[in-house]
Design a binder for this molecule. Structure first.
Ligand code: SF4
Length: 247
């Protein structure tokens, strides 16, 4: 999959421009009204606009310096979550799909995780998988930890369970963002390798910040949410990244 890492940054900068334009228009309209209302709103809009601008600038700086800057990262993530819906709409106008933007966001998130160089013990690492990896015709009912899988080879869950045992890490299957958040709240991992589609990874990464979540996109040869697959090589690389062992 070819991912344009700069797409999300460009879309955020464009959104910032639109936000600035709308704010200026609003201020111009307000300039015709009461002075006190105008002053209060001008201060509010200026503080807000400067904070968002600094957030986007922080993201650019982190990448430019290629260094983990925790204080700036919080501001950057706040600005990204705020501007993202607007960026999505702008991309739509220019014929860029939400999926492409989300892929770019996930790639940027993974770069941030890499920059942080976060390490954890195997017991603190959670491999979070979507339910759609299970073969649709599987007669076995699996629990959240995938207990019940007979490793028959019809889908990749057996191999993923082998990876879990090999590394001694946690593994959970979650259907949808709500269950995924519940699992994270219960297991309290320090680091997560999450497999999902663009939409679920995007919301999961945004909603669990500042947790270090490395996103791996699933493959959907049969369409969405049905007998999906994932690259085991990418999963192994992501696990090694957090455990800092040689592959
Ligand atoms: S590998 Fe496990 S989950 Fe997949 S089809 Fe076989 S028994 Fe079912």
């Amino acid at each position: 999959m070819q991912t344009n890492n700069n797409l999300v940054l460009a879309a955020l900068v464009a959104s910032l421009g639109v936000l600035g334009g709308v704010s200026a228009l609003l201020l111009w309209l307000l300039s015709r009204g009461s002075h006190i209302v105008q002053m209060v709103l001008t201060i509010f809009l200026l503080v807000f606009a400067v904070a968002v601008f600094l957030g986007v600038l922080s993201l650019g700086l982190i990448f430019l310096l290629a260094k983990p800057l925790p204080a700036l990262e919080r501001m950057a993530l706040w600005a990204v979550s705020l501007l993202y819906p607007l960026a999505q709409r702008l991309c739509g106008i220019f014929g860029i799909s939400s999926e492409a933007l989300a892929q770019s966001f996930i790639s940027v998130n993974n770069r941030l995780v890499l920059l942080k160089n976060k390490r954890c013990q195997p017991g603190e690492l959670l491999l979070l998988l979507p339910h759609c990896l299970q073969w649709n015709g599987c007669p076995h009912k699996l629990d959240t930890a995938a207990r019940g899988c007979h490793s028959c080879g019809r889908c990749q869950l057996g191999e993923l369970l082998e990876l879990q045992t090999e590394y001694g890490i946690g593994l959970a299957i979650a259907t949808g963002g709500t269950l995924a958040r519940q699992v994270i709240a219960q297991m309290r991992p320090s680091c997560v390798v999450a497999v999902a589609c663009e939409r679920d990874l995007l919301s999961g990464i945004m909603e669990t910040k500042p947790l270090a979540v490395y996103g791996v996109l699933n493959e959907r040869p049969h369409g969405p949410c049905f007998n999906t697959k994932v690259s085991l090589v990418q999963i192994r690389e992501a696990i090694e990244l957090f455990l800092q062992r040689e592959v």
